[in-house]
Design a protein around this ligand. Structure first.
Ligand SMILES: [Zn+2]
Length: 604
């Protein structure tokens, strides 16, 4: 009896460890939408069953109406015309949109459990005053009729993009804002990030039957469509046709439509079925089949190295501008080189891990999304191209550039509020990718990689924040990491270690190191001798409460720890000065040392 009880407790404890307690709101959307391909206008109905799993009583709710950003004078337009380094794809283009080219999205009616409720469209946000508050642990049903107009393609979404794709339908429907332990996240859309509520989508899209549609989720009526999973459909008889898609446990729904799409599929063994939608031309008939060829190897590696992609399908869809991630799908430009196409597909698909399944709030913590995605993409690209150079060095290059430009802002800055696009871009992608790259250096590569997978498996569908990340990595690696994340994310402190002096001390050699920076890091001193041998002298930070053990095959000596308060460190090499050829700091280049000119010493 006692044994059974202990076992039960143990199992309960294990489950509670694996499943952190973090409540999530829940949405169930049923939408029916008609698109008129002559006017580019659409109207739809939306039934949204909203479950309030929070301990709070909600008196208001907010929806995103992203398409309203594509109107002259919108916040996105103002921001783009006033920021010092506007996105070249946006610039002042929104201000010049004519009536018929603008984006529009607004409800024509809205009820809560059958009762009419008050709502107001305020730019890209719909403010809703509820008829009755939503009590904790209860649900309510919103019924909305809405109208929209697809903007000409400006950024990510819209019609008639530069590659001739008719409709890239991202951020196109009234979407409930996220409410979580930190409150509402009804951020106005000024061109950057997205955050959403997980739930289930059942979407019926009716449009001209000449069009082929790719979307989030799984097509429910392939027989009716005559989809065939091989050729574009030809429905000569009917003028319009309805495509019905369902997706479960996703926080957004994207679709794209074009009469010239071909649709091809590749089944990844033990992985998702990959769908490819693109227009065939002299370029894409070369590059897309190559991409389809490498897809199984690519996705198998991603699953094995970073944790398993949890959905049954993934669609790579030509559309948009550049590349953008959505649940179970991506919209990417399709006419680039094969290398570019592969690279963007890897990056956007990896967002399924960090933006789709973990879905940290990208506005608040863009480094946990773009950064981790970039880090994982770099490793995967290097694997697929057999490139043995350090795949993470590009991130470091970006960081040094930002420091030299004097534009750095702390990574705690809200994504929309960086003063420049440059600072946001390098912070999110480069400095973000350097978080795991530096952690590999600090705790050891294998130690980190295992912990990173545990993080992914632990925090799926829970919107982890930086503290959640830190706790998993600390627990799994045995290192204290508060010092690292606080300095790197919360400040603009910089690392700068130097070799101060090297001199003979009897039959031995004395080395003095200095810390000239404002952010500490563990130090590895790489010494090469004249006989061709080399070794590493290692100084962990006392504050880490642990030491790295992975140094590859090279001889290494743990000398003593180096408290961050101490500006210098002196140590002895048990060799004559004349036996030493060179001494080098930061040989791995994984320390973001802003001055490499004082990192090496040559015996002359
Ligand atoms: Zn990205």
């Amino acid at each position: 009896m006692k044994i059974i009880l202990t076992l039960t407790l143990l199992i309960a404890y294990t489950i509670s460890l694996a499943q952190p307690d973090r409540w999530q709101q829940h949405v169930d959307y049923t939408m029916d939408v008609n698109l008129d391909v002559d006017t580019h206008q659409y109207d739809g109905t939306q039934t949204l069953v909203y479950t309030n799993n929070s301990p709070d009583t909600l008196k208001t709710v907010y929806y995103h109406l992203y398409f309203n950003a594509f109107q002259p004078g919108s916040m996105m337009d103002e921001r783009s015309r006033n920021i010092e380094d506007p996105d070249s794809r946006v610039k002042d283009r929104i201000s010049k949109l004519t009536e018929g080219e603008q984006g529009k999205l607004y409800p024509t009616s809205l009820t809560q459990d059958g009762e009419s409720i008050k709502f107001e469209v305020v730019g890209t946000i719909l403010e809703v005053t509820l008829a009755r508050p939503i009590l904790p642990h209860s649900n309510t049903t919103f019924n909305m009729a809405f109208k929209g107009q697809v903007p000409v393609q400006i950024r990510r979404t819209g019609r008639d993009n530069k590659e001739g794709i008719d409709y890239s339908m991202a951020q196109w429907y009234p979407k409930m804002s996220e409410y979580d332990y930190a409150g509402w996240h009804a951020n106005p859309y000024v061109a950057r990030e997205f955050h959403g509520v997980w739930g289930n989508f059942d979407v019926s899209l009716t449009l001209n039957s000449r069009y082929v549609v790719g979307a989030t989720g799984i097509l429910q009526n392939p027989d009716e469509i005559g989809y065939g999973y091989a050729d574009p459909i030809k429905h000569k008889k009917k003028k319009s046709i309805t495509w019905r898609f369902k997706a479960e446990k996703v926080h957004d729904f994207v679709w794209a439509a074009d009469p010239d799409y071909v649709h091809k599929t590749v089944q990844v063994p033990d992985g998702p079925k990959m769908h490819f939608f693109y227009q065939e031309d002299s370029v894409t008939t070369e590059t897309w089949p190559q991409l389809m060829g490498i897809a199984p190897k690519m996705v198998a590696f991603m699953n094995q190295q970073f944790g398993k992609y949890p959905y049954s399908d993934f669609s790579v869809i030509q559309g948009g501008d550049g590349g953008m991630e959505y649940p179970m799908a991506t919209l990417i430009l399709g006419r680039g080189s094969y290398a570019g196409l592969m690279s963007v597909t890897i990056h956007e698909m990896f967002h399924s891990w960090y933006q789709g399944v973990l879905a940290s709030n990208e506005s608040l913590y863009p480094w946990m999304d773009e950064g981790f995605t970039t880090y994982a993409s770099n490793i995967t690209k290097a694997y697929l191209t057999n490139n043995t150079a350090d795949p993470q060095q590009r991130g470091y290059g970006g960081y040094y550039y930002l420091v030299n430009q004097n534009k750095q802002e702390p990574l705690t800055t809200h994504a929309d509020h960086y003063n420049t696009n440059l600072a946001h871009g390098i912070a999110a992608y480069s400095m973000g990718s350097m978080v795991p790259a530096m952690l590999e250096y600090i705790v050891g590569k294998e130690n980190f990689e295992k912990a990173f997978r545990v993080y992914y498996n632990t925090w799926q569908f829970k919107h982890p924040n930086p503290t959640d990340f830190r706790r998993v990595i600390e627990k799994e690696t045995g290192f204290e990491l508060e010092w690292f994340l606080n300095d790197w994310i919360g400040t603009t402190h910089r690392v700068n270690y130097a070799i101060d002096s090297v001199y003979a001390n009897g039959t031995r050699t004395k080395v003095v190191l200095t810390n000239k920076g404002t952010m500490p890091m563990p130090t590895e001193v790489y010494v090469t001798y004249n006989d061709g041998s080399s070794e590493i002298f290692y100084f962990p930070l006392r504050i880490m409460r642990n030491e790295k053990t992975e140094f590859g095959n090279i001889k290494h000596t743990l000398v003593s720890d180096w408290p961050w308060t101490n500006p210098t460190k002196t140590f002895i090499i048990e060799k004559l000065l004349g036996e030493i050829k060179s001494i080098e700091l930061n040989r791995s280049k994984r320390v973001p040392d802003i001055d490499s000119t004082n990192d090496s010493w040559q015996n002359r």
